[in-house]
Design a protein around this ligand. Structure first.
Ligand SMILES: [Zn+2]
Length: 125
């Protein structure tokens, strides 16, 4: 009592942006792969024509990849130290760009996890 809590240390959790771009890459693989596959050769078009269910599968996988990439923005992350589920920190919107950095505060570890990611202009806070 009477002791002021130390300000939280700010650390960067690089696994969050890495996973984010990893999932985006997967999404491009699925969506771009399907397009390339069908455009590259008549055989590919033929193959898709014979297996039309591949299209919703690819589209679904691409969509899931986007959802996985966006998950930290909506569902938060786990603290790298204690494994607690962390909700996104509010605030910190840059008024010039409208970007809000994606940060998480773990009270137990007294750490603010910076992710290097921002939510773009127009994203709901
Ligand atoms: Zn923690």
């Amino acid at each position: 009592m009477g002791e002021r809590p130390a300000p939280p240390r700010i650390e960067t959790d690089w696994s969050v942006p890495l996973r984010f771009f990893g999932w985006l890459f997967v999404m491009f693989l699925f969506s771009g792969g399907l397009v390339l596959f069908t455009l590259a050769s008549p055989k590919g078009e033929q193959f898709i024509g014979d297996h039309p269910w591949l299209i919703p599968v690819f589209v679904g996988m691409a969509f899931l990849s986007v959802a996985a990439a966006a998950a930290p923005f909506f569902f938060g992350i786990r603290c790298k130290r204690c494994g607690r589920r962390l909700r996104r920190m509010a605030g910190g919107t840059d008024l010039n760009t409208g970007n809000a950095p994606l940060k998480f505060h773990c009270v137990a570890c007294n750490v603010i996890w910076n992710t290097g990611l921002v939510s773009g202009p127009g994203n709901p806070e």
